[in-house]
Design a protein around this ligand. Structure first.
Ligand code: ADP
Length: 451
């Protein structure tokens, strides 16, 4: 096991990682920016090192400063959390060159799964369902037009190196396809330095269902079942739940097993998530693989009892996965709500400032992961998430009832938060009856505004 882990992140995930490390008897070092000088999570670190000013480009994204902090504090591993450098294969490689273990996959596994074309090719080999479309990067627009004709419009042009929704174009016909290839290529070159694009079927109405996986360096990989993250706004997840409701057990098991197979084939160590879109006939199509721990991992922890963060630290230290597939079961239902300091009534405007009131709910089946306490000043530089409320019940209905009660107890202010939005979401027939697709929240918000 490691002696000291450096946490290259902030907020609730820094706290989550430090708690897991402590349980494993590992010391922690936390780096922070000047804007996070008073971050309550720093109190949990054995050592804290300032790595620069507030803007993340000058602190949390600086390889040199993070590596220097690790070396001077004698940390033998770095946990990147999510966001920032978590999916940066180059940083991963620098860590390896400096003899510091990056807690996550090898740079090679990260690069393979992070490249959407390479990932899709591997998925085809392991029987993980993918969208019909081009086999690889488009060389000739004529060839793409032929493929689009075969699979039928609408289609979507996507960048191999894509992320954050950039480098994507939907095309309803051949003219749009040709224009889309050109503009997506340009955007991808500018944003990622890699202009490779491919084309696949576009699914207009779908749910987002993803599979949590874990792998180790000894050729083992397991899945921890699935989550539904269909309630989104502008591709940002708002509510996540597991297991994904209204998916037949046989379909679920087949897709989950194929995701674990993909992770194994990639020689993957640590936590990974295979994201899929699911159509109304329960057909699955892989979107991408996230090569890191995800915000919504607690949903899976509550239903499987597996500590995903601890397990990924253990495998990074070279240990064998402590769980076999046959040990993993589903216990009840869990739902997570992302509480953001944003005003849902004013186009989700971020609300920086001090949290005077911050009263978190508690009780049976209620978990709150947060770095906030009353008097905490939210810096304007980072993501607006201030807490995750996760509820667990024996059934989905019980989890919803528990969420209703916990959301009522939860008080945060004076700035607006997304708590009010969540209180409304759980009362909608769409959410209650799982009559959802990835655009349902946006349509519902728009309709509400017109009322
Ligand atoms: P990124 O890495 O940029 O997040 P993804 O591949 O995850 O890109 O796609 C982002 C979003 O775009 C998805 O969550 C989904 O809403 C939409 N999308 C991507 N591919 C398709 C597709 N083939 N059909 C329908 N929607 C898609």
């Amino acid at each position: 096991m490691f002696n000291r882990i450096l946490v290259a992140n902030r907020g609730e995930i820094a706290l989550r990682i430090m708690r897991a490390a402590r349980e494993l008897g590992v010391e922690t070092v936390c780096v922070y920016s000047e804007a996070d000088r008073n971050g309550p999570w720093l109190e949990l670190a054995d050592e804290a090192v300032c790595i620069g000013p507030g803007p993340s480009a000058e602190s949390y994204l600086r390889f040199d400063r993070i590596i220097a902090a690790a070396e001077t504090t004698q940390a033998d591993a770095i946990h990147p959390g999510y966001g920032f450098l978590a999916e940066n294969a180059q940083f991963n490689e620098v860590c390896r060159d400096c003899n510091i273990r990056f807690i996550g996959p090898s740079p090679e596994a990260m690069a393979t799964l992070g490249d959407k074309i390479a990932c899709k090719n591997l998925a085809r080999e392991t029987g993980t369902p993918v969208f019909p479309g081009s086999d690889g990067a488009i060389e000739e627009p004529d060839e793409a037009a032929k493929i689009a004709q075969e699979i039928g419009y609408p289609v979507i042009v996507k960048a191999a190196a894509g992320g954050g929704g950039r480098g994507m174009r939907i095309a309803e016909d051949e003219a749009q396809l040709r224009a889309g290839i050109e503009s997506a290529t340009q955007e991808a070159v500018a944003a990622f330095g890699n202009g490779a694009v491919y084309v696949e079927k576009f699914l207009a109405r779908a749910r987002h269902v993803e599979v949590q996986c874990l792998g180790d360096d000894h050729g083992n990989a397991v899945h921890l079942y699935n989550r539904d993250c269909t309630s989104q706004r502008r591709h940002q997840k708002l509510v996540e739940e597991g297991p994904a409701p209204q998916v037949d057990d046989a379909v679920r098991d087949r897709v989950c097993e194929s995701a674990a197979e993909l992770i194994r084939a990639a020689g993957y160590s640590g936590a990974a998530t295979c994201e899929f879109l699911m159509d109304e006939d329960q057909q699955f199509y892989m979107l991408e693989v996230n090569t890191r721990v995800q915000v919504e991992h607690p949903v899976t922890e509550l239903i499987t009892g597996v500590d995903i963060v601890k397990e990924s630290i253990r495998v990074a230290a070279g240990e064998v996965l402590s769980i076999r597939q046959e040990d993993v079961g589903i216990n009840g239902h869990a739902i997570e709500f992302r509480v953001n300091a944003e005003d849902p009534d004013r186009n989700f405007m971020p609300q920086a400032g001090t949290m005077d009131t911050f009263v978190t709910p508690g009780g049976f089946g209620v978990r709150v992961d947060t770095h906030v306490r009353p008097g905490y000043r939210i810096p304007p530089n980072y993501d607006s998430m201030i807490a995750k409320l996760i509820v667990h019940g024996r059934t989905r209905d019980e989890a919803i009832a528990r969420a209703r009660s916990a959301l009522r107890e939860f008080q945060a202010g004076p700035g607006a938060t997304t708590l009010s939005l969540h209180r409304r979401i759980i009362e909608t027939p769409q959410f209650q009856n799982v009559d959802m697709d990835i655009h349902w929240v946006e349509r519902w918000l728009e309709a509400e505004q017109q009322d």
